[in-house]
Design a protein around this ligand. Structure first.
Ligand SMILES: [Cu+2]
Length: 159
């Protein structure tokens, strides 16, 4: 037991040391695993075809209307169906990412730099995340994977 736990602790310590700027709530994103030997996450940027995502935002929810994109620069369109300001922050997105946001009744866009993995998306207005403005979006490793996932979802029976 003791011997087994030591390597895991060492790995955790290394990750924490290399990625100390990771925001709370972003632990599930694959992007946050630094490559072996890398000294930090700052220079690491996603490389891939990217794609488009679309979300509706309201009081207090996200409704993901287009959910299939691959790693890279992802163009996120947010449509605010309420009368109050909201935004959609991808927790842990790479440096240089935009914050997609929109005033009430408006639409906004932003380019978010995303690695493959499952991302937590929240509204940063105080209280909105707790009220329900949190969702998860999967970013696929390749464009082919994103297309295949979209096709599979389209074939799924209506719920
Ligand atoms: Cu909000």
């Amino acid at each position: 037991m003791r011997l087994r736990s030591l390597p895991a602790l060492a790995v955790s310590a290394a990750l924490l040391a290399g990625c100390s700027a990771v925001p709370e709530g972003a632990v599930s994103a694959a992007a946050l695993v630094c490559p072996p030997g890398d000294l930090g996450c700052d220079p690491v940027q996603p490389v891939g075809p990217g794609g488009d995502l679309a979300l509706d935002m309201g009081n207090f929810f996200f409704d993901v209307t287009d959910a299939f994109a691959a790693t890279g620069a992802v163009e996120v369109t947010v449509t605010n169906v309420s009368d109050a300001y909201h935004n959609a922050q991808f927790l842990g997105a790479a440096d240089g990412s935009d914050l997609p946001e929109a005033d009430g009744g408006a639409t906004g866009t932003g380019t978010v730099l995303l690695f493959p993995g499952e991302w937590t998306v929240i509204c940063t207005v105080p209280g909105h995340r707790a009220a329900g403005m949190e969702t998860t979006i999967t970013i696929y490793a390749t464009g082919d994977e994103a297309v295949a996932a979209e096709a599979a979802a389209g074939d799924a029976p209506a719920m």
